[in-house]
Design a protein around this ligand. Sequence first.
Ligand code: ZN
Length: 123
Amino acid sequence: MDRVKETLERKVNDLAQMLLRRDGIVIEKSADHMDELQYASERDLAIQNVDYESAVLREVRSALLRLQNGAYGVCDDCGLAISPKRLKAVPWALYCIQCQETAERQYLSRGECDAELPARAAS
Ligand SMILES: [Zn+2]
């Protein structure tokens, strides 16, 4: 479990740094006189990335808390154990693969944009 904690803490640091850097990029770009359309799409992309990274950061922090209170590796929805394979791929996963897929299907069926889904597994 200590290795997991280490991995999660490193991930929190990485994401926090990334978010700090992106903040800098967004501010810097807004001061430039770039082609407006290109600027808008780059800014949208940056904001999307920030949203995604913020969401992952929340998940990783939540996983660290669960590690502390012994709930790590248990699906937050159905309460069943998350498969070790999934935890190896996404150590901060809060949901088992079935619940994650159900959530994604529900989300998509509401006609929302896929890119806005906050809790996607990291690729
Ligand atoms: Zn589940």
